[in-house]
Design a protein around this ligand. Sequence first.
Ligand SMILES: *Cc1c(COP(=O)(O)O)cnc(C)c1O
Length: 382
Amino acid sequence: MALAELQALEGRATMGTYARNPVEFVRGEGARLWDSDGNEYLDFLAGISVVQIGHCHPALVEAVTAQARRLMHVGNLFYTEPAMRLAARLSELSLGGKVFLANSGAEAVECALKLARRHRPGGGFVVVEGGFHGRTMGALSATPQEAKQAPFAPLVPGFTTVSREDPGALATAVSDKTAAVLLEPIQGESGIHPLSEEMLSAAREACDRHGALLVFDEIQCGMGRTGDLWAWEGAGVRPDVMTVAKGLGGGLPIGACITTPEYADTLGPGDHGSTFAGGPVIAAGANAVLDVVDDEAFLAAVLSKGGALSSALGALGLEVRGRGLMHAFRVADAPALARRLLLDQRLVVNATGPDTIRLLPPLTVTPEEIEDAVGRIGAALR
Ligand SMILES: *Cc1c(COP(=O)(O)O)cnc(C)c1O
């Protein structure tokens, strides 16, 4: 089907929630994509930090197809091995408590919110300006962005927002009536803003002082994106609960909410559930992604490739921020540059706002592809 026909179908049959670019992708391999006219692109967005080990990684394709041939679904009234194995690995690799598998990021956040409420009945939530936690009513209520929230008021009550750069205000906002502080150690959707160590420590201290849960949303910055398996490892502050999604499935829809041992049994029978979550095909895929990402040499390479990306962008005179393979830079008209990069340079990136370009390549990207991508950015800027 030609692109124009797809656009006609979109207009007729889909809710107008997305501003799509005029490109149809039909194939991917590693950090490369091909459109329906046969043009080759470099993918420095990877979904949005989803295609963590590159497009169609052979180990992921094999794990998913083998499981799809054996068994696709039975639901959570029964056991399947991939889900149990995945939960055990996620726990061991992070906070050591228990895991609730979900189908998406927002669902992982909903689980964390419910867990915190169960921990402190009636308690409120403290969230940080610029944070993004998803589009469901609970997760949206935790996302203090006027444009996203206002059309859907009234939202879930009980959320307080504090400034991204004011540890004192954060400390003051937490009380004995706070169920949890929820934040991204590195804010993704608002344009790659790492929170300072002072902010993270202030959150940890305030939660300890008042018996509130510290919840880190690692949906975008986790799964090796920063060069540590979890961003909090690099930041030196350990949460009580964390949410993971995006890169966990390498392109398949999955999320997870993970606790420390202390809060492992806060949610009990009947408290939460999901029809599809933890299905064997998706869980087998996530296990295959973890096999690749949970590797010291792989993570060290993420850090060094990220350093190379950052300094090469800096050498173009750009103001760069981020960590590992999670970077952004400022330009005057980001949406126009992103469009030029896509259509003229065949480099996929994303504008998170009027002046920010975000780069989230697959973690398997090569140093040569990084050099190539920066060359294309340089060309588009000239
Ligand atoms: C993308 C994202 C979410 C929402 O995930 P969905 O899978 O789109 O529901 C939540 N938190 C963060 C930090 C994200 O980047």
